[in-house]
Design a protein around this ligand. Structure first.
Ligand SMILES: [Zn+2]
Length: 628
């Protein structure tokens, strides 16, 4: 998973599921037929019908709750509507479980052998919601996630249950998916029966404008990109875009040495009206960015790294998975303590692949790394919570707002672990005198023999033992320190040991400028500790830095700087001019309808991060992002 801003709160209910399976041990697992009618996609309503084998008595059904890759109980239950059960033509009474809102109990009458179930998935009509519960449909395209459109019976694992799915699309729309197709007639597709695990792991992208781009003409297994957009123009990317993604497939193959999919589909949505995120699957990824993500140079730069991150997950997260994230169904809670491997290592590998495949130039790669390092170097929340806690706590922090991010530090197991895995990479190189690198770890841990999708679980001890096979070192001590350290500085050992230094100057890098432009924001975090929208609204303050110390906080709005109406340029000019002045920086701020002037005794100018070469050390970073 990769999160993009624009998410809303979702409440976590701590519950105990009361499960009363109808089928006893030894009964054959039911085969369920599922028909989804997506012909009303532009209205954002999807109709599903299921035939579920049943016996007289209470039938307990679950709506999928813990969705793989979402790391929390995020199954979009609030978007389930129109629920109806019948048997032999008669409506059946049902009741939701009082302790778990995702569980339903249906009374099956004598003489019935199956229950006809119908339900609607009402997809968000705005941009609210996250992941598979986020906005998913527009006038011209949609992504269908099966977990949002079905129920499953208690008593079996998701591997044991078989679903035969079929789908009706809007007239004339095309589709892409890793789910094997049995037959197609007009706008109706019948898929081969698969386990519930495989079905939920195989979303379908569909649209009026759908472009299919093969990404490996000669190698097997085949890899393709299936892109749906809100316009045909959004699909007309320059040739180098496709070259970079072909390189990504080749470079990932060189990194891991084997694949764990039959074929692979990048399902890529380009729309300003769907939720923006990436969600990994074994044989596909569901990645969603703005409509112009392939054709606008700035959007291309900012979007680089999303597809490589999600692709890496096929190996790290889907094939190799922390044992306590590999649950038997979607009801049992997941434990997220090893997300610093699942997401942190994926983040590192996804980033370095953007250098190896050409998505980013070496300078763009370094600017992005510098931005990540600088952000974490101003992470006040490290004082109260360590990195391990950011992973442990995520199921209960899904959708935290951007305000107070530095003090809350909700998802640092992504970015901070990018720095930690870089550090681990440099240690392996030093310990083996350049003979080995983290690539060797990946080949040993994620590689051969390859083949069809399977899950091979691991523990912390397995990580340590594979690292030690590659290069003997005190890895236990290294990771415990990294996971429990309280800073205050970011873990910059990997940048330092790879021959570079994090510095600040007054020039915004192309990366920082693009980020500011995309988010209509002003990044003054590293000077006065403020992150603002371009209208002056304060998104975040960094505890301990001048703005916070003066009494300014998130949610306030800067109206004027040194007596002049606020604009990003006025603020930047004032920060620069403050270097040659003994006067305080004066910010007129509105807070809940009250105005107040804050004086910041700050004279160090603008500060933006960069990496500069440390000539006293070998340049490992350049080697790390060289194509293999
Ligand atoms: Zn991820």
């Amino acid at each position: 998973m990769t999160m993009f801003p624009g998410r809303t709160f979702r409440y976590l209910f701590l519950v105990v599921a009361l499960v009363s399976p109808v089928f006893g041990a030894g009964s054959p697992a039911p085969r369920i037929s599922l028909f989804v009618d997506a012909s009303e996609t532009p209205r954002k309503i999807f109709h599903a019908r299921m035939t579920i084998p049943a016996k007289p008595g209470t039938l307990t059904l679950f709506y999928p709750k813990w969705i793989p890759g979402e790391h929390g109980p995020t199954g979009p239950i609030e978007d389930l509507a129109g629920l109806k059960f019948t048997a032999n033509g008669h409506a059946l009474p049902w009741r939701r479980d009082l302790l778990d809102g995702w569980t339903f109990h249906v009374e099956v009458p004598a003489g019935a052998s199956s229950v006809e179930t119908s339900l609607d998935f009402i997809s968000p009509a705005g941009r609210e919601g996250i992941y598979t519960g986020g906005a998913t449909a527009t006038d011209r395209m949609a992504v269908l996630n099966w977990n949002a459109m079905l129920l499953y019976p208690a008593g079996w694992t998701s591997d044991e249950l078989t679903y035969g799915a079929s789908l009706r699309l809007p007239a004339g729309w095309k589709f892409g998916t890793s789910l094997p197709v049995a037959s197609q007639s007009g706008d109706e597709i019948k898929f081969a029966p698969v386990s519930l695990t495989t079905l939920i792991d195989a979303p379908v992208i569909t649209g009026q404008y759908l472009k299919v781009v093969p990404l490996n003409a000669v190698q097997t297994p085949p890899v393709e990109m299936d892109i749906a957009a809100d316009s045909a123009a959004a699909l007309e990317a320059p040739a180098d875009v496709w070259e970079h993604y072909k390189n990504l497939v080749a470079q990932a193959s060189a990194l891991f040495g084997a694949q764990h999919y039959r074929d692979y589909h990048f399902l890529y949505s380009l729309s300003d009206h769907v939720a923006h995120f990436g969600l990994e699957h074994h044989e596909s990824n569901d990645s969603r960015l703005g409509e112009r993500a392939l054709v606008d140079p700035e959007q291309r730069l900012l979007g680089s790294g999303l597809l490589s991150h999600e692709y890496v997950h096929s190996w790290n997260g889907k094939y190799r998975r922390p044992a306590d994230l590999a649950t038997p169904d979607y009801e049992k809670p997941m434990q997220t303590d090893l997300l610093w491997v699942y997401e942190g290592l994926t983040d590192y590998l996804g980033e370095i692949l953007t250098g190896r495949d050409g998505e980013r130039t070496p300078e763009q790669f370094r600017d992005s790394l510098a931005d990540t390092a600088a952000d974490l170097d101003h992470r006040s929340g490290r004082a109260w919570r360590n990195l391990q806690d950011t992973a442990d706590g995520v199921p209960s922090m899904q959708g935290a707002p951007p305000q107070w991010e530095s003090w809350r530090r909700p998802l640092d197991y992504y970015d901070e672990d990018e720095l930690n895995w870089l550090w681990a990479d440099t240690i392996i190189r030093q310990q083996t005198h350049g003979q080995k690198s983290l690539d060797d770890f990946c080949r040993a841990f994620h590689g051969a023999p390859g083949g069809t999708p399977q899950v091979k679980t691991y523990t912390f001890e397995d990580i340590l033992s594979t690292l030690n096979q590659v290069a003997a070192y005190d890895w236990r001590g290294f990771w415990i320190e990294r996971l429990t350290d309280h800073g205050p500085e970011a873990p910059l050992g990997g940048i330092d040991d790879s021959g570079w230094k994090l510095v600040y100057d007054e020039t915004r890098s192309e990366w920082v400028r693009a980020r500011e432009s995309d988010k209509a924001s002003v990044n003054a975090k590293y000077s006065i500790g403020l992150l603002l929208k371009s209208d002056g609204l304060i998104t975040d303050t960094v505890e301990g830095m001048p703005a916070a110390k003066a009494g300014i906080g998130p949610g306030m709005k800067v109206m004027a700087v040194n007596g002049r109406k606020f604009s990003p340029t006025v603020l930047r000019d004032a920060l620069r001019e403050g270097k040659n002045s003994s006067s305080a920086l004066e910010l007129l701020v509105e807070n809940t309808e009250y105005y107040k002037t804050f004086k910041l005794d700050y004279h160090d100018g603008e500060k933006y991060p960069h990496l500069v070469r440390d000539e006293s050390k070998p340049d490992l970073l350049t080697d790390i992002i060289k194509p293999r």
